[in-house]
Design a binder for this molecule. Structure first.
Ligand SMILES: [Fe+2]
Length: 189
């Protein structure tokens, strides 16, 4: 199904998991949700080179943890004037999914909130929103995180997402459709 929410990518490298592994296998992170910033020295060189060939770069890199049997807030990544589009690799909780939403007509707008890294996001009330799309994510997926979305992990496993904001060198505010055109040869579904 053609959609502008979640498109799977065919990449010819494995993402560098060293930083993820330090969190995943550390019992003290079992109940911590993050987001956890991925330090520059752990950001995957193969991924950076792959992006570079397409005039793209990593704007922001972090890890999100959704413990078993949890549903995250409906939100848009970034603040009001950001266009935050991502490529994610998800590990664990294979049956988990991401869901996209639209606010119901006549409802209040979103509420600006901050993550623990002091980055902004826009929160949407689930009682004032309706679902429009749902997909499993896996590895790797191009995601429209500029539309309201959340994570559904009703499995008994931990879900870890390595999550990278993608920017275009000559158009930092490029939207999903524009970036999708740049990535079209590698989109498999
Ligand atoms: Fe998000």
């Amino acid at each position: 199904m053609i959609n502008n929410y979640c498109n799977h990518l065919n990449v010819d490298f494995d993402i560098d998991r060293r930083y993820l592994d330090t969190l995943m296998y550390n019992p003290s992170y079992k109940h911590k949700w993050g987001p956890f910033l991925i330090p520059a020295e752990y950001q995957c060189q193969n991924f950076k080179s792959w992006l570079q060939q397409r005039d793209l770069y990593i704007g922001h890199a972090e890890i999100f943890h959704t413990p078993p049997n949890n549903i995250t807030e409906i939100h848009i990544d970034g603040g009001i004037n950001d266009t935050c589009i991502k490529i994610n690799w998800v590990f664990g909780a294979e049956a988990s999914s991401m869901k996209w939403w639209q606010p119901n007509e006549g409802t209040n707008g979103p509420i600006l909130k901050m993550t623990q890294n002091n980055t902004p996001y826009l929160y949407y009330d689930p009682h004032e929103s309706h679902a429009v799309f749902e997909s499993k994510v896996g590895s790797a997926a191009f995601l429209n995180t500029a539309e309201p979305h959340n994570v559904i992990n009703l499995t008994d496993q931990h879900r870890w997402a390595m999550s990278f904001v993608i920017k275009h060198r000559s158009n930092a505010s490029a939207n999903y459709e524009t970036l999708k055109n740049h990535l079209s040869p590698w989109i498999i579904a």
